[in-house]
Design a protein around this ligand. Structure first.
Ligand SMILES: [Zn+2]
Ligand SMILES: [Zn+2]
Length: 269
């Protein structure tokens, strides 16, 4: 397998951390004071979840959230060769208009890969991109949407869509690239999904909050249990709300697990 470098562009849940709710209602609404602590420790600042994967001199973006522009400026992303989408929630797609800077007319359109449900949602949400007659003036990202169901080769590496349950939404994927698995939004895995995630070097998985169950996300004890079952060499938790304190909640983790943070870089082989 090719050497792979992962950069966490964002590690936050759909609200981001600090959350607007805590700012509006006062930080007493913040369960652990994490939103308040952002000012002292920027590892608490979590933009919406996305990763940037580099291997074989190619650059693959997973999800294009509403913070994409700031993330790309922060990490100095100058090129994108392909985009994988996990699902159609706005916190994973809302940055798509900013992709236009990466799709010059001199190059082929940028390929996006996702489930048929996600592709339909992208066409609906960004209809101006696919029917330019509806849009007068301004720039349009040049995108080619590819619907996938099975593993395929992307720049020499096997990329596997891993269908998972995420509340009542259909067509939600995690992705496996080589020995790295990325599942930011999940409530349940069936046996088929678990088998696709066997033998990973690095698992990156949803961990919304500490102890209160959620209808469409796994929480800390569930995430730890699934990680122990899958036994990757390393596990990093993402899609974190302000109810995860990366220092104090580390007591719940095994020594090969950690909470990810924005700008964290990880090498995977
Ligand atoms: Zn999400
Ligand atoms: Zn979601």
């Amino acid at each position: 397998m090719a050497k792979m470098k992962i950069t966490f562009l964002g590690t936050g849940t759909s609200h981001g951390v600090p959350s607007l709710d805590c700012m509006i209602r006062g930080n007493s609404a913040c369960p652990k004071g994490v939103c308040r602590e952002v000012a002292q420790d920027k590892k608490h600042r979590r933009t919406r979840s996305s990763i940037f994967v580099e291997y074989s001199s190619k650059k693959v973006l997973i999800d294009v959230g509403p913070d994409f522009r700031e993330q790309a400026l922060r990490e100095k992303i100058t090129r994108i060769d392909a985009v994988l989408l996990t699902h159609s929630h706005a916190d994973h797609l809302a940055g798509i208009p900013d992709i236009r800077s990466y799709t010059p007319p001199t190059e082929a359109p940028l390929q996006f890969f996702g489930s048929s449900e996600t592709a339909s949602a992208v066409r609906r949400m960004f209809s101006y991109v696919f029917d330019p007659s509806t849009f007068v003036g301004g720039g349009i990202p040049r995108i080619e949407l590819e619907t996938v169901e099975r593993p395929f080769k992307l720049f020499g590496e096997t990329v596997t869509p891993v269908p998972v349950l995420h509340g009542s939404l259909s067509g939600c994927f995690g992705w496996r690239i080589g020995n790295m698995g990325y599942i930011p939004d999940v409530k349940a895995f069936d046996d088929n999904a678990m088998s696709k995630l066997a033998g990973l070097s690095c698992l990156i998985i949803d961990c919304l909050r500490e102890s209160k169950p959620h209808s469409s996300h796994i929480i800390l004890p569930e995430a730890v249990e699934i990680a122990r079952e899958l036994k990757p060499k390393r596990c990093l938790f993402t899609h974190l709300s302000h109810d995860i304190h990366y220092k104090r909640d580390a007591v719940h983790l095994d020594d090969w697990m950690d909470f990810a943070w924005d700008s964290l870089e990880v090498d995977v082989e």
